[in-house]
Design a protein around this ligand. Structure first.
Ligand code: F6R
Length: 260
């Protein structure tokens, strides 16, 4: 795992936008995996600004979602497809028909999960998958105990995750209990995984994911097995990393982030 410690959340946003921008410029028909939640918002703002300045283009790209709530009407502002359209894809030149997510309107959950896996395969896999991390170490909505070999499926959110996500809803009662999420093995198929975490609340899960044992109890620790996983953290989220000085020494003085 590459761990890049940057001074502040804005620096993390720039770095993430650099990696995605480079993929858009260099990979034909780029497939970008998008996360929702707060962690990627700075990067999305940066990508929108760069697209408006004509520096990057999503015109030849596909975008795929990590997960989607079950039980929210499609037009609900917190449905993940609505969220990502509002925060990114409607604001850039992505063809709206090339935004993909689990189609949660169909009642046959195993069939819709299999269709989503088939779609990801048809697209040729994900070039860069952006991730956040939950307080309990989840990525996507693979909660603790998730199989490290899991694929897209239905998951029940933990009480902790529902409480964390209640800030986006009028009340805790409105937070769905269930989601469809890419599995840990599905996420691991991405050619480059880019996890971004900022703020002190992420220091514990980041330390467990990066330096703790590989365990289903911290699902993000599965990224230790990934051939190209980059963890971008600000100083606050890096606070519990035992090897922070080493990670800093690896990236200190690099003229750019080409190594990522
Ligand atoms: C969102 C997702 C989740 C979030 C995680 C962190 O699509 O899959 O894993 O990335 O819950 O959320 P924030 O960034 O809001 O702290």
């Amino acid at each position: 795992m590459e761990v890049v410690i940057v001074p502040a959340p804005d620096d993390a946003a720039v770095l993430v936008a650099d990696v995605i921008g480079r993929a858009l410029a260099t990979v034909e028909a780029t497939v970008i995996g998008l996360a929702t939640g707060s962690s990627p918002l700075g990067a999305y703002r940066e990508l929108v600004a760069r697209c408006r300045r004509g520096e990057i283009s999503f015109a030849a790209a596909d975008a795929v979602l990590l997960d989607e709530y079950l039980g929210l009407p499609a037009e609900h502002p917190e449905a993940y497809r609505t969220f990502i359209r509002r925060e990114l894809t409607d604001l850039v030149d992505l063809d709206p028909t090339r935004l993909h997510g689990p189609e949660v309107t169909c009642g046959d959950v195993p069939a819709l999960c299999a269709r989503y896996e088939a779609l990801l395969a048809r697209l040729g896999g994900v070039d860069v998958q952006l991730l956040g991390i939950g307080a309990d170490g989840h990525i996507g909505f693979n909660e603790p105990g998730s199989s490290l070999g899991s694929r897209t499926r239905l998951k029940t959110l933990t009480a902790e995750t529902r409480r964390d996500n209640a800030r986006f809803f009028a009340s805790l009662d409105e937070v769905p209990h269930h989601v469809i999420t890419q599995g840990l093995a599905t996420i691991g198929d991405a050619r480059h995984v880019l996890l971004v975490a900022t703020g002190a609340a992420k220091a514990g899960p980041i330390a467990r994911a990066v330096e703790g044992p590989l365990t289903a109890m911290c699902p993000a620790s599965v990224l230790q097995l990934h051939p190209h996983a980059t963890v971008v953290v600000d100083e606050a989220a890096a606070a519990h990393l035992q090897h922070a000085a080493y990670y800093r020494s690896v990236y200190a003085g690099k003229p750019d982030w080409q190594a990522l």
